[in-house]
Design a protein around this ligand. Structure first.
Ligand code: MG
Length: 368
């Protein structure tokens, strides 16, 4: 089987409401999504999505996804998409780094492999655990009451896990955390996500002030060096999200004991081929895992759900359904959807969802 054509679509995905991250420092209203289809000489096609969460969250942006694909297209055409590590190597030689631009191509190769072997991606990744993965809501920074009202909206949809965005004025953060912990239900889990906003001193101050609550704090500071510095003098469990990009990062986190939890964002780490190695290293060190897309449609959510469901239940903390934050659905009725707070992949081969071509409009680029 050979890849004969790469077709790229750009699509703006508007959020249902404005979203503030990192204590209100960053605002988001729409996402610049890229959809990629790989066609093959055997008539099968595979899909991948690359949707950064705006251009301020990570060093990634929509035009960068499309420019990266333009640069790598000649190296990918003619390869067998089922040999995902060959495609990975070709892309890494052609364009070092730029993992977020490689992810949609890698994802489309896994979709094709699943269709060729008639297995869902989760089974190709080692085998599905049957239970669905709890969806984490994404609670925008606001006043404690505003944040609890948002949590209530997600509770009504069955959500039991919440990723609550803090990282502003630290006195306000302490108040938010205390208030939301008081209002947390017994069967709920709340991850307090700082999105890199605190300095080392601020992280130590907040985490020690709420130490008795036993909360988990995600990406409290900017770098792994920062986390290494605060780790010995703060008792709260830590999750690393933004600064987990490579297998080498995961090796450092595991070796140096920097975190008890990691958040594998499929598009940030370059797709399932690289993500499965990070998954395995985390599991080998007793580190629990969230798996998410960086944002996007039901395709992106389904991609993350497949990797998530290949992780044993006790190590799998949650995933995300960004689709629930978008106005438009590019694949109505398809893919993994919220089932009382869980995402669950189907028996369909490959990814199990393809966008509606009428909703995508005209392609932005075709390489063949
Ligand atoms: Mg996070």
């Amino acid at each position: 089987m050979k890849i004969t054509r790469i077709t790229v679509w750009k699509k703006d995905l508007a959020l249902t409401k404005p979203y503030w991250l990192s204590g209100g420092r960053l605002k988001f209203e729409r996402l610049d999504a890229t959809f990629v289809r790989l066609d093959t000489d055997e008539g099968l096609s595979g899909w991948g999505e690359g949707t950064p969460w705006g251009h301020t969250y990570l060093p990634a942006h929509g035009p960068g996804v499309r420019a990266g694909i333009e640069t790598m297209a000649h190296a990918v055409l003619g390869l067998d998409p089922r040999k995902v590590e060959h495609v990975e190597r070709a892309m890494d030689i052609c364009l070092p780094g730029h993992l977020y631009a490689k992810a949609p191509i890698d994802l489309a190769c896994w979709d094709l492999m699943g269709k060729a072997y008639r297995l869902p991606i989760a089974d190709l990744l080692g085998g599905r655990y049957e239970d669905g993965t709890p969806i984490a809501s994404s609670i925008s920074t606001g006043t404690p009451d505003e944040m609890l009202a948002l949590i209530d909206e997600y509770r009504a949809m069955g959500y039991r896990v919440h990723s609550v965005k803090v990282g502003a004025d630290i006195a306000a953060d302490i108040e938010r955390i205390r208030f939301l912990e008081q209002n947390r239900k017994a069967d709920e889990r709340i991850l307090y996500d700082v999105n890199r906003a605190w300095t080392r001193r601020e992280a130590i101050t907040v985490m020690n002030a709420v130490a008795e609550l036993g909360i988990t704090v995600e990406q409290p500071c900017e770098t792994l060096d920062d986390i290494a510095a605060i780790r010995p003098i703060t008792p709260s469990p830590i999750s690393v999200d933004e600064r987990l990009e490579t297998l080498q990062d995961m090796a450092r986190i595991a070796r140096d004991g920097l975190a008890e939890v990691v958040n594998i964002k499929l598009n940030r780490v370059g797709g399932p081929t690289k993500a499965r190695r990070i998954r395995d290293m985390a599991l080998a060190h007793g580190i629990q895992v969230y798996v998410m897309a960086t944002g996007g449609s039901v395709l992106a959510d389904s991609e993350a759900a497949h990797l998530a469901q290949s992780i044993p239940t006790e190590s799998r903390l949650g995933t995300w359904a960004c689709q629930d934050m978008l106005i438009e659905d590019v694949a109505p009725g398809q893919g993994t959807r919220n089932e009382n707070g869980d995402l669950r992949v189907s028996d369909a081969p490959g990814l199990g969802v393809e966008p509606d071509l009428d909703l995508l409009g005209e392609p932005t680029a075709i390489y063949q």
